[in-house]
Design a binder for this molecule. Sequence first.
Ligand SMILES: [Zn+2]
Length: 320
Amino acid sequence: METRDIVLGVDIGGTTTSFGFVDREGTVLAEATIPTEGRKPAQTLVPRLAARAAEVAAGLAGTRLLGVGVCAPNANQNTGTVENAVNLAWDPVTDLRGLVRQHYDLPVEISNDANAAALGEMLFGGAKGMKHFIVITLGTGLGSGLVANGQLLLGADGLAGELGHVVVQAGGRECGCGRRGCLETYVSATGLCRTLFELLADSREPSDLRTVPYQDLTAKRIFDAARAGDPIALAAFDRTARTLGLKLADAVAHTGPEAIFLFGGMAAAGDLLLRPAQAYMEEFLFPAYRGHVKLLPSQMQAGSAAILGAAALIWNRLAR
Ligand SMILES: [Zn+2]
């Protein structure tokens, strides 16, 4: 029987850690989840993960494990450290790669979620064959992975490409990073809610969302209201698309991508966000770039995207 090469892709999230065994074509052969127990140190997660992964791997006959890719919030691919991990009460982890290697005598790569998403898109998604592209992940925040010349742009300290924290408005909205006016405070699910509230306050136009308390407001509710023609919800999407288009135009000037992919729930709002953002980006672009950059929805399936992205860290390394 022929041996099938596989890698282990691990996505460490605030509450759940998911993992899967992935072959070279991006097929997830088996997957499972364990609770992250993010209040406990990273040193207790890794052995639990390795034990559960061994149980799952036992069901995979005729396979050979080639490496382990791990994505975790704020993980630094250059240094192997994890500091200020969102939703995890971890003390700074100085060597996550080393912790994983205690259980696997194999290549181990770590990365933050957005960079893993970019590699996943390159190996298994819509960026196959592309050497220059950007992936923007839109959720409660905004993450980004930049690929130039076929390689992730990591920068001198491994922290390059944090587009969520470029300032779009000096002195603007307070951001989780401690500064004001960052892109993700305007363009993200929470940014959309903040914009909607601002628009409600500024106008007297009727809107079904006027009776919704702020803590009950979600991007999905605004999406549904916009679909039903609510003028304030439509205006909130338009303003979000404009801010996104403006900053994407800047990003194009920095890295010269062939395409920009939007990943995440809000990216599905095609005619409400993606298409107007493309139009605004064109408007803001340096004329020489106009008409050259496609804004596209990610081709990664939401459910397995994180595992595939983590696995891509290893498949990409082995391909080099
Ligand atoms: Zn910020």
